[in-house]
Design a binder for this molecule. Structure first.
Ligand SMILES: C[S@@+](CC[C@H](N)C(=O)[O-])C[C@H]1O[C@@H](n2cnc3c(N)ncnc32)[C@H](O)[C@@H]1O
Ligand code: SF4
Length: 347
């Protein structure tokens, strides 16, 4: 699964996601035995299709707001379609409900928590408080992706002090003009500067266990030279780069590509998503909340995890009937021939 290439370790767990990590990264040496056990469970549980008592991982969209309008992002698309994420309707997930959820997670040994879905977590006024609450409650791995536009020096200090474990920066090109045409509203030089400053603060503060990664969406026609330049620039700065193939959120992949009959999706066995309005969804690609599992404001996580909808989805996955579920029929993962290996990394 992982191989050494020119001093870089290539990890290609997913047909449409690949990652390159410098051999010099040190966070891996600073994680506990429990962390590595959890990472093993992340792949072994879906392989054996065990339904655990509680999810291993939870994603919470703590804000629906974003300060950018990236062209490929489902949030931008839905907002422009007038479907969801409408301007002026932004919502922060209520803190009392957040605490109730984290308390349930802590009681049930949740291993990891991602504090974002489609919004920008650094635009959430309570993000630092949320990281700290989860860490104080003993959640092992707390993380999020960010566009890094709001990553001031002060925010970098506060996040690290609060105990953030992983920070994933989304930077979609090494070419400034291209980047600014994709990440509409962002300033390339400012983003690069913010990330460099974060890395300096992290190093000086001795936060050696904190994992960092920069990732880029690979649009059709992205040139190899750009990918190589991206790796050469970012790996010495952040240690790891990831490339995720562009998911066309306006099309249904399963309608025109050959299906993989052996596919069993990992996600219903690993994780669950709580959206800004409390709707729970089963998968990273269900941006439009088409397969609702119930609302967290009315149920506990355990009730939803063992509820009718998620149980039905797992059964359909296990018995090769996933095509009968609309969101799975449209999904890119089965056609990527990644049989049972979806999402080994948290992307
Ligand atoms: C939706 S964003 C939310 C977090 C944060 N605002 C950010 O930009 O990182 C999460 C990740 O999804 C990626 N993403 C957005 N649209 C995508 C698409 N159509 N295909 C693949 N990845 C996409 C982004 O690049 C980012 O890394
Ligand atoms: S910054 Fe993130 S959430 Fe905002 S539009 Fe871009 S990809 Fe979407």
């Amino acid at each position: 699964m992982a191989q050494e290439i020119d001093g870089l370790k290539e990890i290609k767990p997913w047909q449409y996601y690949s990652e390159f990590r410098s051999k010099d990264v040190i966070w891996t040496e600073h994680r506990s035995k429990e962390y590595w056990e959890y990472r093993k469970k992340w792949s072994s549980i879906p392989k054996s299709m065990i339904v655990t008592d509680f999810p291993i991982h939870l994603d919470i969209e703590t804000t629906s707001y974003c300060n950018l309008e990236c062209v490929m992002c489902p949030r931008t698309i839905q907002s422009k379609e007038g479907f969801d994420y409408l301007p002026g309707n932004d919502v922060e997930f209520p803190m009392d409900e957040y605490k109730r959820i984290i308390d349930e997670c802590a009681e049930n040994g949740l291993c990891s928590l991602k504090l974002q879905y489609l919004g920008e977590p650094l635009a959430d006024s309570k993000i630092v408080e949320r990281v700290k609450y989860a860490k104080d409650k003993g959640i092992m791995d707390v993380m999020f992706n960010t566009n890094a536009t709001l990553l001031t020096e002060e925010m970098s200090h506060r996040l690290l002090e609060a105990g953030i474990d992983d920070l994933f920066f989304s930077v979609d090109s090494i070419i400034p003009e291209k980047f600014e045409k994709i990440r509409i509203g962002a300033d390339y030089n400012q983003v690069v500067d913010n990330i460099k400053k974060f890395m300096k603060i992290k190093k000086e503060g001795g936060y050696d266990s904190v994992q960092t990664r920069v990732s880029m969406v690979l649009f059709p026609g992205t040139k190899t030279e750009e990918i190589e330049a991206y790796k050469n620039f970012w790996i010495p700065i952040v240690g790891t780069v990831g490339f995720i193939e562009w998911v066309n959120h306006t099309t249904a992949h399963g309608d025109y590509e050959e299906y993989n009959p052996d596919f069993v999706c990992a996600q219903p066995f690993q994780r669950m998503f709580i959206r800004y309005d409390g709707t729970c969804t089963p998968c990273c690609l269900d941006a439009k909340k088409e397969y609702s599992l119930g609302n967290i404001h009315e149920h506990t996580i355990k009730e939803i995890w063992h509820g009718e909808e998620l149980t039905r989805m797992r059964e359909y996955q296990k018995t090769g009937r996933y095509r009968e579920i609309e969101i799975c029929r449209k999904c890119l993962a089965p056609v990527s021939k990644s049989s049972g290996e979806a999402t080994p990394e948290l992307v």
